[in-house]
Design a protein around this ligand. Structure first.
Ligand SMILES: [Zn+2]
Ligand SMILES: [Zn+2]
Length: 281
């Protein structure tokens, strides 16, 4: 039985439903912890992220629900940070100082200041990024993506790497662009995993890949097995954007974890404000 979901969205960002509805659904699903992790504000116009001016009210709403549900389920105050190097100072100075239990660091873009290219908006935008910015060189694009992920090992506030490998493989069904078995691809993943192993950064196993109809979750099963070999701790999350999908494919995720040899899972410890390994039941 998996007891938590640390990666959930709601109507304050690009998800559906009130935060209270997410908490109620988590209770109904038998979870003991529910992490609210709206997309953190970014210093450019978007439709998916919390506006910076809403951040104090978002925080207050999660803390209000924490009080109301105390003793029944732990409500955790999280954020999903766009953890790009270009946003490092903004996140450190404008977002994180308000105080959060944890942040998930995610890479949704390549590029830099004023030249950000979304990886996951659509297949067409990904193809445009590949051809217009990378001249069709998928290897260079993917290596840049994993370099940004590796940098999450040393990013302010980041405890968990969000949907590792999604940005590389989301539009790669049928090996359209590359094979995950290519030595250069494995090496790029390996560099990121080495950084996480050295820093103790947690990697999430996101069931979102299955939800999007892919054969593999984020990250792929072979990466989960490499994480195990390297001693990297995992959490299982669904990246749900709707209260009804909180524990989507949790049974499959648990089977994958066990098959990879995991006997423990990372859990937030409210007493210490940190993360600890908890036995898989
Ligand atoms: Zn994300
Ligand atoms: Zn998310």
């Amino acid at each position: 039985m998996l007891f938590a979901n640390y990666h959930t969205h709601n109507r304050w960002c690009d998800g559906q439903g009130e935060i209270a509805a997410v908490v109620e659904a988590a209770l109904a699903a038998g979870l003991r912890q529910i992490g609210i992790s709206s997309h953190a504000p970014v210093p450019f116009a978007t439709s998916y992220a919390l506006p910076l001016e809403d951040l104090p009210a978002y925080r207050a709403e999660v803390l209000r629900l924490r009080e109301i549900y105390a003793g029944r389920i732990e409500v955790l105050l999280g954020l999903e940070l766009d953890a790009l190097p270009a946003l490092r100072a903004f996140n450190r100075d404008r977002v994180l100082p308000l105080g959060f239990d944890y942040a998930i660091g995610s890479i949704h873009y390549l590029g830099g200041d004023g030249d950000l290219w979304p990886l996951d908006l659509s297949a067409e935008r990904f193809d445009a990024l590949l051809h217009e910015r990378y001249g069709g060189d998928i290897r260079r694009l993917v290596e840049d993506y994993y370099d940004l992920n590796a940098a999450l090992a040393d990013y302010p506030g980041v405890a968990i790497v969000g949907h590792l490998d999604r940005g590389a493989k989301l539009w790669n069904a049928g090996d359209r662009y590359f094979s995950e078995g290519a030595p250069w691809y494995r090496a790029a993943v390996e560099r990121a995993l080495s950084a996480f192993a050295a820093s103790g950064t947690i990697v999430e196993l996101s069931t979102g890949g299955w939800r999007r109809g892919l054969e593999e979750p984020f990250p792929s099963a072979w990466i989960v097995r490499r994480c195990r070999e390297l001693g990297i701790h995992l959490t299982v999350n669904s990246d749900a954007h709707h209260p009804d999908r909180l524990t989507f494919a949790y049974d499959r995720a648990l089977a994958l974890l066990r098959g990879a040899g995991y006997r423990e899972i990372a859990a937030f410890d409210s007493a210490t404000g940190g993360w600890a390994a908890r036995p898989l039941e």
